[in-house]
Design a protein around this ligand. Structure first.
Ligand code: NAP
Length: 469
């Protein structure tokens, strides 16, 4: 998503000498990697799209994954991004030497460039749980982001580990075709209800009216501004609205009181990434579906053994256990000025000024980098704003400008201190465990309303940057 965006915007600004490196053999990022049943985006499609390539054809408010993949591929095609792209070759090394970046790919190709823009995504590397006995399982076992489509779920006894956004989408989609579904829940989740009917022909026609899509995009963007304002202020009325909607969903739509209590979270709504689902509660209440809340002890040839001693017999086991969230551009070996390695700069944890620039890594800019707006946002809107800002940094480079730009260590330290202080008021700090939290338990996220992010992205504060040459 962010790489396609960058290519389009570079060309638009007259920069044509660039290469997009894509390790896979097609575009699509997360929508190419994730192919699990039920895959969809819980950010409305009319917001989850490029602002310059609005799409009147979305089938649903929250459209399915394959449709989103097709959208990205069609935009890339329309703008000729493939002409600039080297597919099927992974960048393994980026070294800053003699004022330029030296890139090496897995195939041994070497390239020398002035600027690197890392559009390498956020939730990319699967996290496998540390559970004993995986290799002994007699059936099929795979991570949700590595779905094995050769395995049919029809009539099988299926186990799903995890209750994040991914697991909830899978359970809502596949329960009916299985003979038995066991959902292994370590922590209950708040679920925001979201009816998601297909758009009617009239609605689809209305999206083709002049200005209609722009208006819808702007309205949704404003709605998400309100949401971001609510989660960073737990005393706000917006936050109360979210909590009440989730609670009402649980109370009204889970009928068995015992199951309802086991599905009831013990922390504030949206503390973990808020889940949006139309069908999860229905699916988990099917007679052949079971919510397992006893801890997993180990995996055995016949299934999953829980702490109460019971063996849950399974044919297929899906690990919807999330991602390594602090990798960002890694495992690419990035070395900045003076031989400083990104792995060392980030030895404690990843940090970047405004999520974009790392001191001593000149002319190296990230899209959707560490501690930026993540969560229930359109990452496309985030990337568009960041790219507009990065283009201003790039503009300063070259004749009449300077040779090297990177954030100063001071600017990063000030930004981090302020950011950490602000996280104390956010819902992510109210006492749950989530992938937003870093190794210290501090939310690795943008703790201010989205409108502040918009303001920051309007123009760089040049005092925060070291400009050399
Ligand atoms: P996730 O939110 O990190 O959830 C992982 C789940 O696995 C959690 O329920 C976790 O339990 C459980 N788990 C991990 N290790 C376990 C273990 N050893 N034993 C038992 N349970 C274990 O991962 P995800 O669902 O893939 O979602 C990741 C993110 O991707 C989302 O938060 C969202 O940002 C994004 N996403 C977005 C959409 C969308 O529609 N926009 C859809 C899917 C994903 P605990 O809660 O106890 O840790």
């Amino acid at each position: 998503m962010a790489g396609i965006l960058t290519a389009i915007k570079l060309r638009e600004s007259g920069i044509t000498d660039f290469t997009v490196y894509e390790k896979a053999d097609r575009f699509g990022g997360t929508w190419r990697e994730n192919t699990y049943p039920g895959l969809s985006c819980d950010v409305p499609s009319h917001l989850y799209c490029y602002s310059f390539a609005l799409n009147p054809g979305w089938s649903h408010v929250l459209s399915p994954g394959p449709e989103i993949l097709a959208y990205f591929e069609s935009v890339a095609d329309r703008y000729g991004v493939a002409e600039h792209t080297r597919f099927g070759d992974e960048v393994v090394r980026c070294e800053f030497a003699d004022g330029r970046w030296h890139l090496t790919t897995a195939s041994g190709l070497e390239d020398e460039v002035d600027v690197v823009i890392a559009a390498t995504g956020v939730l990319h590397h699967p996290r496998y749980p540390d559970i004993e006995g995986f290799d002994t399982f007699g059936g099929a076992v795979f991570h949700s982001a590595r779905w094995d489509h050769s395995v049919s779920l029809r009539g099988v006894r299926l186990g799903v580990v995890g209750t994040g956004s991914t697991a909830v989408q899978i359970v809502a989609a596949v329960t009916d075709e299985t003979a038995h579904l066991s959902l292994f829940q370590r922590t209950a989740q708040w679920i925001m209800p979201a009816p998601n009917p297909a758009y009617s022909d009239e609605e689809l026609a209305s999206f083709r009216e002049p200005g209609a899509l722009e208006k819808l995009h702007a309205e949704l963007s404003e709605l998400f501004d309100l949401f971001s304002g609510a989660v960073v202020d737990i005393h706000s009325s917006g936050f109360r609205f979210i909590e009440e909607a989730c609670l009402k969903n649980l109370e009204e739509n889970v009928h068995d009181p015992e199951l309802r209590e086991r599905l009831r979270p013990t922390y504030r709504a949206a503390c973990k990434r808020l889940i949006v689902s139309e069908g999860f509660y229905d699916a988990i209440q099917r007679p052949h579906a079971e919510l397992v809340t006893d801890a997993i002890e180990r995996i055995e040839p016949g299934g999953v053994r829980t702490a109460d001693g019971r063996l849950h017999e399974l044919d297929v086991l899906v690990l919807a256990t999330g991602f390594k969230v602090d990798a960002f551009v890694r495992p690419i070996a990035v070395t900045g000025r003076g031989g400083v390695r990104l792995d060392d700069a980030w030895a404690k944890r990843p940090e970047a000024y405004l999520a974009i620039s790392v001191p001593e890594f000149p002319n190296f800019f990230m899209l959707n980098g560490p501690n930026g707006p993540v969560g229930n946002f359109s990452l496309i809107e985030v990337a568009e704003l960041q790219l507009g800002y990065i283009m201003q940094l790039v503009d300063r480079l070259g004749p009449g400008g300077c040779r090297e730009i990177s954030a100063t260590a001071d600017a990063l330290a000030r930004f981090e201190a302020e950011r950490i202080e602000a996280t104390k008021n956010t819902v992510w700090s109210t006492g749950c465990n989530s992938w937003y939290l870093d190794d210290r338990g501090i939310p690795a996220a943008w703790p201010w309303p989205f409108k502040r992010f918009r303001q920051e992205m309007v123009a760089p504060d040049w005092e925060a940057y070291e400009l050399i040459g």
